[in-house]
Design a protein around this ligand. Structure first.
Ligand SMILES: C[S@@+](CC[C@H](N)C(=O)[O-])C[C@H]1O[C@@H](n2cnc3c(N)ncnc32)[C@H](O)[C@@H]1O
Length: 256
């Protein structure tokens, strides 16, 4: 806990990003990964394998862009750096350990960038802002773009920042969230190069006592990728979130 607080204080992070909770979330993901390392391993390996397969399937060797690179848990950085002249890792902020981890690669850059283009617009506003087109750096130039386990996260902090606005219904927030998801997928679909999407789509809370599952769509009604590979991510096995149930996310990976 103290280590997490220290990381929060010491990590440089643009103020709107910090205020919206992104840095807090990244530190929480690091802590949960440490607690659930074994449970997460198959999901992280499956993601890395899909990225490696996408690298093999990409004819160009100039530029690869990775969106939501975060802690690099699911990023096969050695393979990417070996295959491409340049690799750009994109996220809203970075922990010190990630900055240190990429230093050994002369051709890997970290880019602080909000792919929704919305984060800064969601604080101190009087109404729900319009959702802009998804903002993917170097989209036109990249041979390969990988969106790695970030799609379902994109609406969460903007939505939270808007929840306390007067006269904002859950329904309107759901439509706003769905539009953010759609904007990202549409931007990926616009990529002239190969675009790989790996995302969780469904959360299942599976009761230990009966095996019954309570299911929730993580993409707010946006259609799930058709025909991709799917697997389950044991994201919070009991008692991580609750001793009564395991939380599992269904993941899909495929070319957009
Ligand atoms: C579940 S984590 C995936 C982490 C990452 N792929 C890894 O291996 O550590 C989701 C990531 O999406 C990033 N993210 C969330 N909203 C974002 C946004 N608007 N723009 C860019 N990245 C965002 C988070 O900061 C986080 O690192």
């Amino acid at each position: 806990m103290i280590q997490e607080l220290l990381t929060h204080w010491m990590t440089p992070c643009p103020r709107p990003i910090r205020r919206l909770g992104y840095l807090h979330d990244m530190i929480a993901v690091r802590a949960r990964h440490r607690r659930c390392r074994d449970a997460w391993a198959p999901h992280l390996a499956a993601t890395r394998e899909r990225v490696a397969a996408a690298v093999d399937a990409t004819p160009g060797r100039d530029l690869a862009v990775v969106l939501g690179a975060g802690l690099l848990l699911d990023v096969p950085l050695d393979a990417l750096a070996a295959a491409f002249r340049r690799v750009v890792l994109v996220d809203v902020c970075w922990l010190g350990e990630t900055r240190r981890a990429v230093r050994r690669f002369g051709n890997v850059d970290l880019l602080d960038h909000d792919v929704t283009g919305l984060a800064a617009a969601c604080r101190g506003v009087a109404s729900i802002p319009a959702v802009p087109r998804g903002s993917i750096p170097y989209l036109r130039d990249a041979d390969l773009v990988c969106s790695l386990n970030c799609l379902s996260q994109l609406p969460l902090n903007p939505r939270l920042a808007l929840e306390s606005l007067p006269d904002v219904s859950a329904d309107r927030l759901d439509r706003f969230s769905r539009a953010i998801v759609a904007a990202h997928v549409e931007a990926l679909a616009d990529a002239p190069g190969l675009a790989l999407l790996v995302t969780d789509t469904t959360a299942n809370r599976v009761l230990k006592s009966t095996g019954d599952a309570l299911s929730r769509d993580l993409l707010f009604g946006h259609p799930h990728l058709d025909g991709g590979d799917t697997w389950w991510w044991d994201i919070a096995p009991a008692p991580e979130e609750d001793r009564r149930y395991d939380l599992r996310h269904k993941v899909v990976a495929g070319v957009v």
